[in-house]
Design a protein around this ligand. Sequence first.
Ligand code: MTE
Length: 295
Amino acid sequence: MDEITPKALYLNRRQFLRAAGITSAAALLGACTAPAATSTSSVFTDELTKKETALSFNNFYEFSLSKAGVAPAVGKFQTSPWTLEVSGLVDKPMSLSIEQIKEKFRSREHVYRMRCVEGWSMVLPWQGFALADFLNEVAPKSQAKYVSFQTAALPDQMPGINETASFPWPYTEGLRLDEAMHNLTLLATGLYNEDLSKQNGAPIRLVVPWKYGFKSGKSLVKIELTAEEPDTFWNLYAPNEYGFYANVNPSVDHPRWSQATELRLGDSERRATLLFNGYDEVAPLYEGMDLAANF
Ligand code: MTE
């Protein structure tokens, strides 16, 4: 088993590096086609992904289009001092330093599956706290229905930004307020019991485990509560491929590949993808909604 795992991971990485070599912008998230399927395993085990994998196989386009290229490119990124601002339809807007956030909100470990829209997944031990605790501090007004997340866009420190000028920087994401208030939704400041690495979204990022990984914005600088559904980076860029909801759903294929299976990094065989990434407790959020139309 020990021999099989690194080899499978290595092969998998090579496939992604090849995919990431495609330079057309349309190729990005989309072109990283799911690694070739061998067979589908229905056995569902949730072993933690190796730390080295999680810290070296990253999607963070502000730094690099290549997964292996992110970690070597983060050197100039200044994550201290750092301020996160919360504004919009709230009674008590606030602007907190990362130190104030860590002091005010007690982090604990949350082990979550993460399923990327590209067809691979990991199991990660985050240190974080419920986004709901954070939002309750700012007292959302009754008109607030959505939450918009903006992440850092610093071309001098993030070499990928200038290389991908056709992207709608900054990277933005959004949730409905009830999704944001769900107790699974986290603000994370750590991973594997250490401060978040720059490549994983230091010093603070979103984690929404039942949605494709692109919803979980890294290196957050601003959270805004709004009445209308906010624009989001991938939906602006390729609206036919990436919707606002992006709930993990094995029956709703990406226009260019199936979402029925995924490769858990470290495994040798693909496994079945689960609706809501297996987090069934979120189903009531979408009662009466057409999941295929709201992808
Ligand atoms: N956040 C920002 N700011 N920029 C990005 O390119 N990529 C997203 C998400 N958050 C991304 C981002 C995608 S596609 C995924 S799968 C996850 O981050 C990857 O997180 P990880 O590298 O920590 O595993």
